[in-house]
Structures are given as structure tokens and as C-alpha cells.
Design a protein around this ligand. Sequence first.
Ligand code: 4G1
Length: 224
Amino acid sequence: MKISILTIFPEMFAPLNTSIIGRAKNSGKIQIDTINIRDYSLDKHKKTDDAPFGGGAGMLMTPQPIADAIKAIDPEHNAIRIYLSPKGKTLNQKTVRELAENGKDLILLCGHYEGVDQRVIDLFIDQEISIGDYVLTGGELPAMVLADAVCRYVDGVLNAESLKAESFSDDLLEYPQYTRPQVFMGLEVPEVLVSGDHKKVDEWRREQSLKLTKKLRPDLLNKE
Ligand code: 4G1
């Protein structure tokens, strides 16, 4: 899978070189390219923003550099072109899975300031996706969230064990987990987890997951 990220702040994506995603990049399982929109600006000062027609506060990203960047990296429109935007459909795990399994490369466009000229969206964007309802300074963190979530599903990025456990507990919250020491600041690990009875352990975890989900996220139980 290749993900191309269009941004005026490519240095914000350094965290993707760390941990599981960093390892997947280094081993060639995924490719994440950050493309600096500024490199495509034909302006003599490499400007990428301008004031909005009609007036108002703030600046908009100008269409020319974004359009030329997209035309250069995806001339035949083979990729799914996504604009991370508060107007988009809120991201969920179903959408993540669909994007991962679809087989197409992704182009993620990150807005900054007051966003992008509407004509870029009308001419070049396939989908708008939001990661939630709050105000941000740019679409870079949302693009990183989407890239992280999608890359987990690429073959070999996670160990098969983790993905299987996840599909088994689908749409439930995680049960409480414990590691050594068996007593910490006076609190003991639940007896069943040290009993050695794997069937009992599985039953306890399922029960805990259901109880927690009912209490904290009942909305997760009434899906599809
Ligand atoms: C109106 C949040 C504006 C923000 C209403 C989640 C937020 C991209 C996202 C904004 C952004 C609300 C996202 C707001 C995002 C232009 C550049 C848009 C930054 C910008 C609820 C600023 N998921 N926000 N506007 O935050 O890009 O994807």
C-alpha cells in the first residue's frame, strides 16, 4: 500500500518513522510519501495561500499548487483522493477496513489555515473524511490518524495474533489487563488470571468486555 500525503508541513509526519508504522515502512510493507505542496507553487515567492474572495478572517490554500501536485503524483487517477475535513464523514473502523482492503493507493490532502479553495475539492477529491468534532489547526494530525489506522491492516504490519484477537472481540471494549507484579500498591491481579484455567480466563475476559461496553459505550452494542 502506498499513501501519499500532501501538506505544507511535511516535517509534521516524522512520528510515522517510529514504532510499528516506522518498522513497516523500513521493511517495505507500506510506503508513506510526504509531498510538500510548496514544491509545486508557480508563484515567484512559492506562496501557497491567499486571502478569501468576499473577505473575512484568515487565509486559504490556493488551488494551483495542490492541483499540480495531484496531477503530478496521480496523473491517471488510480488512487483514492481523500481530503481530511470537518465536513467529511466521521472515520470509523468499517471505513478504515474498506480503505485498507480496497487495494488502491491513497492520497491524503491536508488543509491548513481556513482550508482549501472549494474548486480543489470539486475537481480532485473523491471523499472527505473527518476524525471528529473539534477544532484543529490543520489536517495533518487527522491524516496521521487515518494512515496509522489503515496501515495496521496491511499484511505483515501487525502479527496475525493481534488481528485475530481484534476480530474476535469485534466492537467491544477491551477487558482489564494486568502484568507483573502480581500485587502492586496493595492491589492484586484478579485470581482467575493466575489460575491457569484458560477456558475460565476466556470467559472472564468476554464477561468483562461486555459489562464495560454496556456501561461505558452502549452505542457500540447496537451497530449494523
Ligand atoms: C469548523 C477536525 C471548523 C478538524 C467545525 C477534525 C472544526 C480534518 C479535520 C473546524 C479538521 C469544526 C478533522 C476546524 C481540520 C481547515 C484546516 C480545517 C484545519 C481545519 C468541528 C480547521 N478531521 N480543521 N477547522 O477545525 O482540518 O479531518
